[in-house]
Design a protein around this ligand. Structure first.
Ligand SMILES: Nc1ncnc2c1ncn2[C@@H]1O[C@H](COP(=O)(O)OP(=O)(O)OP(=O)(O)O)[C@@H](O)[C@H]1O
Length: 402
């Protein structure tokens, strides 16, 4: 296949015995797009990538390249280039020989290998390393060689599976930008798999967030971050840090409060969210809170500074608001325990308590010049837009006004 290819997955499912690695995924990758598949380890990213490439037979569902079932296209004509976490270079071949290998191995007339090798080596920034052997290269350089080797046949589809995992941190940042630039320049449809949210956020045209084989959300990184559909997506995309607090909703006579157990937040009178939230009266919800700026807002959370991280350009205060943190999403569910309510509402249900006393910490961004002491009491402003709430099934509670 030549030129830019669209890749469509329809109701794609793959099981290995009892394990459902990929479950009912519908996904369209548009021609020339840079799509990042993001999710924790074991969520099915690699399996999805292999299915999309036609390397793996789906249990059910189909993959189409430009509308044609991928299994009906000769693998050599699919135009797929793939790069993995371990570069797998041939140790006894030079960089130039490694890069040129696919051309030498290909059937048909030999193209001008030397010219193409130096061309693609220049593209990935390793033109001066052509006579070296892999063992004399850094991890980042080895990955560039692997990319050059993948790209020398001018693929229509470029698949990368955690390509930067073995590259040290300093080289990783530079390579991220270069891979994106490369994919653009070559106008190739690219699918990039990672568990690293920073990579996903900085590289993708769109991200596809996967958990336990299920596609939770697809969209431009800024949209998915700002408007997560599920608790998992909200919690997974948290920078610099996300707090998950358990709360219960209480509604009476046109007012709604969120009860954190230690304190309550009341929605401002007349807030358009009141009515919608009242539908969850007495239900337990999870509140996902990104780091808040220290400023006065409609509502106030009161807490005690437990620790302070200096991020250089600002401070990140960990403020204990006495709430109950949600258990980590991947942790086994602990036994339910009741917590004695200290608010006047006192109605709230049993919480999944992690060991020890409740220490629901909220992150607060403080200017370095303002300073903040451990042990200080802080009033942290909360705006209605900060109410990123999820029901017990982990679904977003959406407000029409939001
Ligand atoms: N060939 C196989 N046989 C049996 N189970 C498999 C096979 N391949 C994958 N799995 C299982 O399917 C699930 C998804 O695996 P997959 O490798 O796709 O996840 P991943 O998100 O790429 O993980 P990682 O980031 O750790 O590479 C896992 O539970 C894994 O153990």
């Amino acid at each position: 296949m030549v030129g830019m290819v669209s890749i469509v997955a329809r109701e794609l499912t793959k099981t290995f015995g009892d394990v459902v690695a990929v479950q009912g995924i519908d996904l369209t990758v548009t021609p020339g797009e840079f799509l990042v598949v993001l999710g924790p380890t074991g969520c099915g990213k690699s399996t999805l990538l292999r299915l999309l490439a036609g390397f793996e037979e789906p249990t059910s569902g189909t993959v189409l390249f430009d509308g044609v079932p991928v299994t009906e296209i000769d693998p050599r004509k699919r135009g797929i280039a793939m790069v993995f976490q371990n570069y797998a270079l041939y140790p006894h071949l030079t960089v130039a020989q490694n890069i040129g290998f696919p051309l030498r191995a290909a059937p048909g007339p030999a193209p001008d290998i030397a010219a193409r090798v130096s061309d693609v080596a220049r593209t990935v920034g390793i033109a001066d390393l052509l006579s070296r052997y892999p063992e004399h290269l850094s991890g980042g350089q080895q990955q560039r060689v692997a990319m050059a080797r993948a790209l020398i046949r001018h693929p229509a589809v470029f698949l990368l599976d955690e390509p930067l995992s073995n590259v040290d941190a300093s080289a990783r940042a530079a390579l991220r930008g270069e891979i994106v630039a490369l994919a653009r320049r070559l106008a190739v449809t690219t699918i990039y798999v990672t568990h690293d949210q920073t990579e996903a956020m900085s590289m993708a045209d769109r991200i596809a967030v996967l958990r336990l084989g299920v596609l939770h959300q697809v969209g431009p990184p800024v949209d998915v971050y700002a408007d997560p559909d599920t608790l998992f997506v909200a919690a997974f995309l948290g920078m610099p840090r996300t707090s998950l607090l358990e709360a219960a909703v209480y509604a009476e006579a046109g007012r709604v409060v969120l009860d954190l157990g230690s304190q309550v937040l009341e929605l401002p009178a007349g807030d358009p969210r009141t009515e919608r939230l009242a539908e969850h009266h007495t239900e337990r919800v999870t509140w996902v809170l990104r780091a808040l700026p220290l400023e006065a807002r409609d509502m106030t959370l009161r807490g005690t500074v437990r620790s302070v991280e200096n991020l250089g350009h600002e401070l990140l205060a960990h403020v204990d608001v006495g709430g109950v943190p949600s258990t980590r999403l991947d942790a086994p569910a602990p036994a339910l325990r009741s917590v004695a309510a200290s608010t006047s509402y006192g109605f709230y249900p049993a919480y999944d308590l992690v060991d020890g006393p409740p220490t629901g910490e909220v992150m607060v961004r403080v200017p370095v010049s303002a300073g903040v002491r451990i042990g200080a009491e802080l009033d942290v402003g909360v705006g209605a837009a900060d109410l990123l709430l999820f029901d017990r099934a982990g679904r977003r509670i959406r407000f029409a006004a939001a």
